[in-house]
Design a protein around this ligand. Structure first.
Ligand code: NDP
Ligand code: 8X3
Length: 254
């Protein structure tokens, strides 16, 4: 049953945990990210530990030309991609709308929205040819409720939710499943990236509650791909038990 999974943003967090999870179930993995050293280290580990094949594709999902050129060069034996996990993404800053940086906004929109569109558009012809496939788009609770100083990050994840719904409708005729996964707070490199290397501020995000781990999220993602062909989980929100939604937390202790 295992086949090929393509994971964007596999050098850290959810993407890396997904690579381990799918490889442990025998999937061959195509792993993407910008940090080549991390990709080759991950590739070696997965090949040795799980005896699967791994193809590394280093590119920036924001770069339209690189995305299409890299994916066009995927060798034939790797083209039967069963699962695409559109995971690469980031938040930059936690600023009031009027004070936020245009550069941060552009990067978030270019990565979280346009990057997801480019990668999907480049990979889908392979799935359409096989008349099957499963696209997993990583949204967020930030795509369910907008919070203060979340402005463009929240908007980009609302866009992921809308794109996922549209994809599901438009790809019905090709027998392709589309699942949007919306995690709540999870301790990865996400907050360190958001706060631009300020590790103390990043750590405070998880004060007083036990957040999701990358492995928790990967387990749930894997579950959605393990169902029979006639079942598709369309939209799934998962949070830590101590998180109710984007606003409500029980910070009484871990
Ligand atoms: P991490 O920062 O740990 O991982 C992000 C991954 O995305 C890295 O592998 C990074 O690789 C990759 N990435 C970022 N920008 C690009 C780019 N331009 N091109 C290619 N790859 C890129 O964060 P998470 O694992 O937490 O985040 C993964 C996804 O989950 C994101 O979409 C995020 O918005 C979402 N999310 C995170 C939550 C959380 O609380 N952690 C909750 C809900 C959703 P590299 O730098 O090597 O390119
Ligand atoms: C990440 C979760 O709450 O920081 O998408 O937006 S949150």
């Amino acid at each position: 049953m295992p086949g090929i999974v393509f994971i964007t943003g596999a050098t850290s967090g959810f993407g890396k945990a997904c690579a381990f999870k799918f490889a442990s179930h025998g999937y061959d993995c195509i792993i993407n990210g910008r940090r080549k050293d991390r990709l080759s280290e991950l590739s070696n580990t997965l090949e040795k530990k799980y005896n699967v094949a791994v193809l590394t594709l280093a590119f920036d999902v924001q770069n339209q030309k690189d995305v299409f050129q890299s994916i066009a060069q995927i060798p034939q034996q790797w083209q039967k991609i069963d699962i695409l996990i559109n995971n690469a993404g980031l938040a930059l800053g936690r600023d009031y709308f009027d004070e936020a940086s245009l550069e941060d906004w552009n990067t978030m929109i270019d990565t979280n929205v346009k990057g997801l569109l480019y990668v999907s558009k480049a990979i889908l012809p392979f799935m359409i040819k096989e008349k099957k496939g499963h696209v997993i788009n990583i949204g967020s609770t930030a795509g369910k409720e907008v919070y203060e100083r979340g402005n463009v990050y929240c908007a980009s994840k609302h866009a992921v939710a809308a794109i996922s719904e549209s994809m599901r409708i438009d790809l019905l005729r090709h027998h392709i499943k589309v699942t949007a996964i919306h995690p709540g707070a999870a301790e990865t490199e996400f907050s360190i990236v958001r706060f631009k290397g300020d590790e103390d501020t990043a750590a405070k995000v998880y004060d007083g509650f036990k957040p999701l781990s990358a492995e928790d999220v990967a387990d749930v993602i894997y579950y959605t791909t393990s169902l029979p062909p006639h079942i598709c989980i369309n939209d799934l929100v998962l949070t830590a038990t101590q998180q109710g939604n984007s606003f409500y937390f029980n910070r009484s202790g871990k």
